[in-house]
Write a protein that binds this ligand. Sequence first.
Ligand code: APR
Length: 251
Amino acid sequence: MQEFLSRLQRPLQSIVVLTGAGVSAESGIPTFRASDGLWENHSIEDVATPGGFKQDPNLVHEFYNQRREALLSHGIGPNQAHSALARFQSIFEDQYPGNFTLVTQNVDNLHERAGSLNVLHMHGELLKSRCYQTGSIFNQQKPLNVDSVCRCCRSLGNLRPHIVWFGELPLEIPKIENSLTTCDLFIAIGTSGLVYPAAGFYEQAKKCGAHTVEINLATTTSNFDTQLSGYASDLVPRFFSQLASFLGLAT
Ligand code: APR
C-alpha cells in the first residue's frame, strides 16, 4: 500500500477521486453488474433509457421509487469508505493549498451523508426529479408516478427521475474535464470501468501527468499505475490516512 507514495512524482496540487457502485456496496446498495445487481429482472432498455420511459413510464417510476425507498430506509447509511473520503477532503481543503474533486457515478446520497461537499453526480441523483419541459430540478423523497404534478409547470406527467439514462449526456462534464487537466493524483474507487465517459477519465488524467490509482475488490483490466485490491471500507481509510501523513496533514 505505501509503495504508491514513493511513485508520486511531483508535489500534489490537485486530486480527483471517481467513485462507482463498489463504494456503496458495503452500505447495502447492490452494484450494477453483480449477480444480485440493480438490473435484476429488468433489461437496461426497459428501465434506464429514454425509450423505456416513453414506452412504460409506470414501470420506470416504480423501479426508481423502489430504489429511492431503499436508499431512505433505516439501516442504509454511509460506510467507512464514504466517511474516510469526507474526512480527507475536509482536512485537505483546510490545510493544503490544493484542489480536491469528488466525482461519483452513484445516484445515492451517501457521500453527502458522510459529510462530503460539492460532490459531482455525473449520472444524476435518486433523490431529485426533473421537469421534462423546463429542466428544473426538485428534491424528491416521495414516490413519483405519471400523475405527479410538476412544481414549475403544474402539468401532469412532466416529472422524471433526475437520472442520466443510457444514451443521455452525463452531467458536470466541463467541471470534471477541467479538474482532470490539472490532476496530479487520480483515484478510482469501486468502479468496473465499463461505462464511458467515466471509464476514460483515468487515461485523460494520465495524459496530463497524473499518477493513477485503482481501489477495487477485483482489479479491473484498466492500466492504472497502482492497483489495490480489497474492500473499499478497509482500503479507502488506510489509503487516505497514509496520503494525509505523506502530505503532512494533521488528522
Ligand atoms: N469494495 C471495492 N470495490 C467493490 C466492492 C467493494 N466492497 N464491491 C464491488 N466492488 C467493485 C466491483 O469489483 C466492480 O468493479 O465495484 C465495481 C462495481 O461495478 P459496476 O457494478 O459496473 O458499477 P459502476 O462501475 O459504478 O457502473 C457504472 O454503469 O450501469 C451504469 O449508470 C450506471 O453509474 C453506473 C455505471
